[in-house]
Design a protein around this ligand. Structure first.
Ligand code: G3P
Length: 224
């Protein structure tokens, strides 16, 4: 499973790049707003440090506005993917972009049928939001399972990005279901790595090594 980071924060992106586990980035207007910098400049900086796909979202919701946003964003870098909300206008724009071989990520997906339509319109990626479904007492991962099944039935190659990931169990379930990608906030990436038995194991190695060193030092001092 590919791992994307769900952030527009360069420090977090650089940390994930340095771990050698990062395959791409997803941003959205909320994440870019947190950075308090000019959004297109921020997106260009992100594209300069990550080779994989970087999703940048349109911020107009009418047809002309959305298409103009998409064309502007697509010129920022070769690895830009245009993130588009799953609406009627979004599908129309997706179809146009797909004909121009511009990659798209259809976002705010909450139903398998939305995902089917996105794929038919030519979406490169689909982003089911699992955390937000869990928030309203629907099983977010069931949506991923349904999309996976439908896409397999029809040999659809739109890649599934599990989004709105809130905890390590979302990532585990995504991998078990065979999702193509999980886009994960930095905090959750750190949680994936942590295990108390790893920390306890390292502490024991350090303590035992120190006690060997002090034994050998004592032995050599006493000349025996
Ligand atoms: O990838 C989508 C993500 O940014 C939304 O996450 O936690 O706001 O539902 P969240």
């Amino acid at each position: 499973m590919k791992i994307f980071i769900d952030t527009a924060n360069l420090e977090e992106i650089n940390k994930a790049v340095s771990l050698g586990i990062l395959d791409g980035v997803t941003t959205n207007p909320t994440l870019l707003a947190k950075e308090k910098s000019e959004p297109q400049t921020q997106i260009k900086k992100i594209c300069a440090v990550v080779k994989g796909p970087v999703s940048a979202e349109v911020t107009h919701y009418d047809y002309e506005g959305m298409l103009k946003d998409a064309e502007e964003l697509s010129r920022l870098a070769p690895n830009i993917v245009i993130k588009i909300p799953l609406t009627e206008t979004g599908l129309r724009v997706t179809k146009i972009l797909s004909r121009k071989s511009i990659k798209t990520n259809l976002t705010l997906c909450f139903s398998p049928l939305q995902a089917l339509l996105a794929a038919k319109a030519g979406a490169s990626f689909i982003s089911p939001f699992v955390g937000r479904l869990d928030d309203i007492s629907h099983r977010g991962m069931d949506l991923v399972c349904d999309i996976k099944k439908i896409y397999a039935n029809y040999h659809i190659n739109t890649e599934i990005i599990v989004a709105s990931v809130r905890n390590p169990l979302h990532v585990l379930e995504a991998a078990k279901l065979g999702a193509d990608i999980a886009t994960i906030p930095y905090k959750v990436i750190s949680q994936l790595l942590k295990h108390p038995l790893t920390d306890i194991g390292i502490k024991r190695f350090i303590d035992d090594w120190r006690s060997l060193e002090s034994f050998l030092k004592h032995k050599s001092n006493s000349g025996s």
